[in-house]
Ligand binder design. Structure first.
Ligand SMILES: [Zn+2]
Length: 121
């Protein structure tokens, strides 16, 4: 088995999870959908409806939110893998993921070689 310090990575993952959850909470506040002050927001939106930047910002926020949810899911999976003892093993080729890569992205599921193959298509 790999001699990874999983306690340390678990700590990192939990911190990252908190950070992302916080970011998601912030985005929800910025884009209230069905909250009670919707009326006020609608008036605000109509006022700025003709500015292209608003639409652009919204798309940006949406993408960010989507990514954050993916990251949250990946973090949860990584935490599960720590419990199962498979953390740090490439999901594709089964080889150990370089520790430097896990340092940079503790929720990585594939080694850098497989990741590159995947990105190349
Ligand atoms: Zn691999």
């Amino acid at each position: 088995m790999a001699s990874l310090d999983t306690d340390r990575f678990r700590e990192r993952l939990l911190q990252e999870k908190q950070r992302v959850e916080h970011a998601l909470g912030y985005l929800d506040e910025e884009n209230p959908g069905s909250l009670e002050d919707e009326g006020e927001d609608e008036a605000f939106d109509n006022h700025l409806a003709d500015t292209a930047t608003l639409t652009h910002d919204r798309e940006l926020d949406y993408t960010l939110e989507e990514n954050s949810e993916n990251i949250l899911a990946a973090i949860d999976q990584a935490l599960n893998r720590i419990e199962e003892g498979t953390f740090g093993t490439c999901a594709r080729c089964g080889q150990p993921i370089a520790e430097a890569r896990l340092e940079a992205m503790p929720y990585a599921t594939k080694c850098i070689d497989c990741k590159r193959l995947e990105e190349r298509g």
